[in-house]
Design a protein around this ligand. Structure first.
Ligand SMILES: [Fe+2]
Ligand SMILES: [Fe+2]
Length: 164
């Protein structure tokens, strides 16, 4: 059975993943309003993935005989200055989530919770990919700056992203 410190920390993580999902949905709406459906697609897929992450913790807590205690989700930002600012915020947010996953892993080591350690390894790997894909979009946007044709090309490319 999952112990109290681990359960509390994972409930906190559910909230962080749900907030990430909410934040990315807000970013998707921002891009839709700017007529950038490809960027919006990228953010929508990310939002779905974050909800799946939340559900992995949700299911894990229940499977281990714990209690899922959902908390209020903060309202996300609704406006950004530029596409680059959005991408930079995604990158910063993912780095924050990585730190939080690492803290959970530390706790699982301290509590000698071996099933949690195994489960968290999936997230550690996932965060490497999440950070690298956000960094790629940041780099692309820095390179193209505000050149319209290039922004459109990147939008087309991001429209092809699919859920994994
Ligand atoms: Fe996540
Ligand atoms: Fe993520």
């Amino acid at each position: 059975m999952i112990n109290k410190p681990m359960q509390d920390a994972m409930n906190e993580q559910i909230n962080k993943e749900m907030f990430s999902s909410y934040l990315y949905l807000s970013m998707a709406a921002y891009f839709e309003n700017k007529n950038l459906p490809g960027f919006a697609n990228w953010m929508r897929i990310q939002a779905d993935e974050e909800r799946e992450h939340a559900m992995k913790f949700y299911d894990f807590i229940l499977e281990r005989g714990g209690r899922v205690l959902l908390k209020a989700i903060d309202a996300p930002k609704t406006d950004w200055k530029s596409n680059l600012e959005v991408a930079e915020e995604v990158a910063a947010h993912e780095a924050m989530v990585t730190a939080s996953i690492n803290d959970l892993y530390e706790l699982a080591l301290k509590e000698k919770d071996y099933p949690a350690q195994v489960m968290l390894q999936w997230f550690i790997t996932e965060q490497v990919e999440e950070e690298s894909s956000a960094a790629q979009v940041v780099a692309d946007l820095k390179l193209i700056e505000d050149r319209g044709t290039a922004v459109l090309m990147l939008d087309k490319q991001l429209s092809k992203r699919q859920a994994e």
